[in-house]
Ligand binder design. Structure first.
Ligand code: GTP
Ligand code: MG
Length: 252
């Protein structure tokens, strides 16, 4: 479909300007969503004393792969059609430590009042036949410009570190074999995906048990210290129990 027809230089300039403006919406959408995710991350860290997010990566689809996808899917080639049909021009991938974090995070994003949830594909509950697991959200976020508001689609993929490891390896193999993975490798990949799921569950279990121990230690910390003018003093446990005993006696 390459053509050598002479295009007017002015047309090229104005098309580039229009396309740049179009792509900027997606850049803004990524910035907006990244801020939202970062706020959730910091707040979660503060409230729950641990970080549910391991890593965040965002990317803009290149004009080249937008063109490829439009052709592959047979969409009309116009900016309104691209805007409506290609919903992964802005993409964010979040890796979490544990499966429950994926759902917590997804819920926190979905309930934000300015975010519209267009689609939620749960490939964790229902993995792809090859074993692929991930939670995919198609969201729409409003971008406030000087003279109008644009609703922009963003694809968010949330998965565990282990699932991410699997997906990047599978992706490499898929392209190495030009999308036709030999049967033996396919079944090994599927086995690896299942093993990864078991590992994710095991790690989460260990994490839950560690948290329970930590709660006990925290309890000791709280009961065994006292702050006087910001200075920390050790408070023997007997001090508390004897004091509480004497209080009880005097009140009865
Ligand atoms: P696209 O048209 O390619 O965007 O796919 P779709 O509309 O069917 O959406 P889906 O949610 O299935 O996939 C979207 C994205 O998830 C892909 O572009 C990949 O980044 C990722 N993905 C989906 N399936 C697989 C898979 O089997 N392996 C790997 N490695 N990534 C996948
Ligand atoms: Mg895609």
């Amino acid at each position: 479909m390459e053509s050598n027809q002479n295009i007017n230089l002015e047309d090229i300039k104005s098309t580039k300007l229009e396309l740049t403006r179009f792509m900027m919406y997606y850049k803004f959408a990524l910035a907006e969503l990244n801020t939202k995710i970062d706020i959730l991350k910091q707040e979660f860290q503060y409230v729950h004393d641990y970080n549910p997010i391991e890593h965040i990566k965002s990317r803009l689809k290149t004009p080249e792969s937008i063109l490829k996808k439009v052709r592959r899917k047979g969409y009309e080639f116009s900016l309104p059609s691209i805007k409506e049909n290609i919903r992964d021009i802005a993409g964010i991938r979040i890796t979490c430590s544990f499966i429950t974090d994926i759902y917590k995070l997804s819920e926190m994003l979905q309930t934000q009042s300015d975010i519209k949830v267009i689609e939620c594909k749960d490939y964790i509950k229902k993995p792809k036949p090859n074993g692929y697991k991930s939670l995919h959200l198609i969201l729409q976020v409003p971008i406030f410009m000087s003279d109008r508001v644009e609703e922009i689609y963003v694809e968010v993929q949330i998965r565990t570190i282990a699932m991410d490891f699997w997906a990047s390896l599978e992706h490499k193999i898929y392209y190495k074999y030009d999308k036709d993975i030999p049967g033996r490798l396919k079944s090994e990949l599927k086995e690896a995906a299942d093993a990864i799921y078991q590992l994710d569950k095991k790690m989460e279990n260990i994490h839950i048990q560690t948290n329970q121990i930590k709660e006990k230690i925290d309890y000791n910390d709280v009961t065994q210290e006292i702050f006087i003018n910001n200075e920390r003093f050790y408070l023997p446990y007997e001090f508390l129990t004897q004091y509480l005993d004497s209080e009880k006696k005097s009140s009865s």
